[in-house]
Design a protein around this ligand. Sequence first.
Ligand code: BDR
Ligand code: CA
Length: 327
Amino acid sequence: RTPVLLDCDPGIDDALAIAYLVAEHRAGRIDLAGLVCTAGNVGLEDTVANALAWLDLAGAPVLPVAAGAPGPIAVPHVLTPETHGSRGAGHAELATTTRAVDARDGARLWVELARAHPGELVGIVTGPSSSLARAVALDPALPGLLARLVVMGGTFRGHPGNTTPVSEWNVDVDPEAADRICRVWEDARAADPAVTAPLWCGLNLTERAVWTPERSRALLAAADTPLIRALVDALRFYFEFHESVGEGYLAQVHDPLVAWIALHPGSEVSEPAHVRVECTGEHTRGMTVADVRGQRGRVDNARVATDLLLPGGAGAVLDEVCAAIAS
Ligand code: BDR
Ligand code: CA
């Protein structure tokens, strides 16, 4: 069973990713080896508490859950309670849990799980890259130890940002961390081309994962469980947020799409690129700048996801995510 580490900042769509991965673990299809929580959608204390509560609701086995970076590398952490609610779970009331937090720092957990499963671990990042940036500082060999790294981050091919006109939220929170990931993988692949380039799933792809109130109703009808009730309550807040920014009463659920892609290698269309993150631009800070034509003459440090091969696209992925969560 493929060992999987999720680095997340729950967060409403992160909660869907957690529920999906736990379902896959319970079905024996993956080994959910650990969670790292990073400050992002809400502060670190809340992302940790939420992750533990969602794991409880999903019926996850005991697994290490570690607190990672408490904020970005170089700038203060800006919270956006209007997106995921003041505690990061929308309208869901999450119970406190008796599940313990791992004593290790999140960066340490990244390194130890990668070392425990050399060449096998699939890493998924659905929050800012702050903890992963610390992990690669702790162990520069990390890129060569992972089977695959799939990141929800950035926006490509001229697709507009969701935080500034050119930046996506996870990258915008901590551009220095995201850029460090790009630089570290560039160095690693320059030294050893066998190192797998991270797959960047940006808004150009993930905004296709649209969750509607009908989907919530169908999920509840399929299985009326405490987990699903809490997810539906959380999602209601996400609908309200999207409506408030003119997207309609629906929600873009980036993170479960990316978790599904991570478990289905080859399910996406992607192109090799040299990606860097703009960290200084007055109007472009947080922009993911992909060189897909080799104009910089640098080794490809990324693959940029552009499409899905699954017939039915992102909607079909969400169908699979729902079926797993309801099972
Ligand atoms: C990303 O930002 C967060 O608010 C979501 O959880 C997702 O990971 C989308 O830009
Ligand atoms: Ca997230």
